[in-house]
Design a protein around this ligand. Structure first.
Ligand SMILES: Cc1ncc(COP(=O)(O)O)c(C=O)c1O
Length: 390
């Protein structure tokens, strides 16, 4: 038998497996059956903003050959991203430091390979977004997991980093985070960012859920450190999941190495997705209406979940997730998620995807589905709760 490569050590991204199971179950339903409520995956159901649709239609009509672009993206999109930092955060970013990528997912291998070498130690909080670890392992890096609970809002602290011996080579943070929705305050972000800069730890700040915050301000790491890598995407607030486009802000010394990698790995990001992305930034009204929908869904869950027997969850400051404790409902959250799908027709993601050590009694609900589905999910949960009288 021929050998398999280093990728064989990588765990599945379990949520994708849950999604496949939910798809299969939905396909097997008869028209009279209640629908499967899709709360497992973080995919906005809102679709491409209207202004972006028009820009795509114009580009297709224009007769221009939509070919490769510069490996780091179209100049006009990079300038538009820089303007976004001025508008939202009052921070000047040189467009030359911006790389357009295949979603935030495409940015991670570029960031890891630009910043680290085989065997480097990358710290991150648990619970975490699974690909942070899985991509690191595929590239021969060593994840250093920092267990984080309610005491620190499920986020890492400077003290946790200081306690590591040896110090890590990198730190990955996310605020708002997936799966918890929890956020770092601007002060805590500044402290972490400055500590990393002074200790020679390369910080990667995943800011993909900026724009989807509910009360707390989201600060960018770019404001506090010239050495941080910032990763963001058009998939969430800008509602362009399937268009696979994101971006990175790179420290000056990493621009050329990242460009060389991007040229070789991808040649260029998709032309038409970049056209759509540039226009999406200007679709304020529609995007704010989407955000208001998430805020309403969040409120419904914050009141509905305790009544369904789930009083404990991480502070859902942003994104569109709640990370819930399933203790008392089933021996573990994987069993509970099976029950949820089979008895209530609700797809949810068990916590072991987000925290291999500590996640077995947690599960994640994504609340970017349509509001009637969220209402229905709460009713089904409450019925299940009454029926089983835990
Ligand atoms: C925290 C986080 N980072 C990165 C990604 C990847 O997003 P994309 O590749 O669609 O930009 C996701 C997707 O859910 C996410 O939740």
């Amino acid at each position: 038998m021929l050998k398999l490569g280093a990728g064989n050590a990588v765990q599945p991204f379990h949520v994708m497996d849950v999604m496949r199971a939910a798809n299969a179950r939905a396909a097997a339903l008869s028209p009279a059956d209640p629908k499967i409520l899709r709360m497992e995956v973080g995919q906005p159901g809102t679709g491409l903003p209207e202004g972006a649709k028009r820009a795509v239609a114009d580009a297709l009509q224009s007769g221009n050959v939509l070919g490769y672009t510069d490996a780091l993206g179209r100049a006009s999109l990079r300038a538009r991203i820089a303007a976004h930092y001025q508008d939202w955060y009052g921070v000047f970013i040189d467009p030359a430091r911006i790389a357009v990528t295949f979603g935030a997912s495409g940015a991670f291998p570029l960031a890891y390979l630009s910043a680290f070498t085989t065997g480097d130690r990358i710290a991150l909080a648990a619970p975490y977004y699974p690909p942070y670890i899985n991509i690191a392992i595929a590239l021969g890096l060593q994840p250093v997991v920092l267990p984080c609970g309610p005491e620190t809002g499920f986020q890492p602290t400077v003290a946790m980093l200081q306690a590591l011996d040896p110090q890590p080579d990198g730190l990955v943070i996310a605020s708002p985070a997936n799966p918890t929705g929890s956020m770092l305050s601007p002060e805590d972000l500044a402290a972490l960012t400055e500590y990393c800069h002074s200790a020679g730890i390369r910080l990667i700040s995943d800011e993909i859920y900026h724009g989807l915050t509910f009360g707390k301000p989201a600060a960018t790491a770019a404001k506090f450190s010239p050495s941080a890598i910032v990763i963001n995407s058009f998939s969430k607030y800008l509602s362009m999941t399937g268009w696979r486009v994101g971006w990175m802000l790179l420290p000056e010394d990493m621009v050329r190495v990242t460009e060389r990698l991007a040229q070789n790995f991808f040649v260029s990001p998709s032309y038409i997705s970049q056209v759509a992305a540039e226009a999406a930034f200007d679709c304020h009204e529609e995007l704010q209406a989407n955000r208001a929908g998430y805020a309403r869904a969040r409120e419904l869950l914050l009141t509905g979940l305790p009544a369904a027997g789930f009083p404990d969850f991480a502070p859902p400051d942003g994104a569109f997730y709640v990370y819930l404790d399933s203790t008392g409902h089933a021996p573990d959250s994987t069993t509970f998620c099976h029950r949820l799908l089979n008895e209530a027709g609700i797809a949810a993601t068990p916590g072991h995807d987000f925290d291999a050590q500590g996640g077995s009694n947690y599960f994640r609900f994504s609340y970017c589905a349509a509001l009637p589905d969220i209402e229905d999910a709460i009713e089904r949960l409450q019925r299940m709760h009454v029926k089983t009288a835990f």
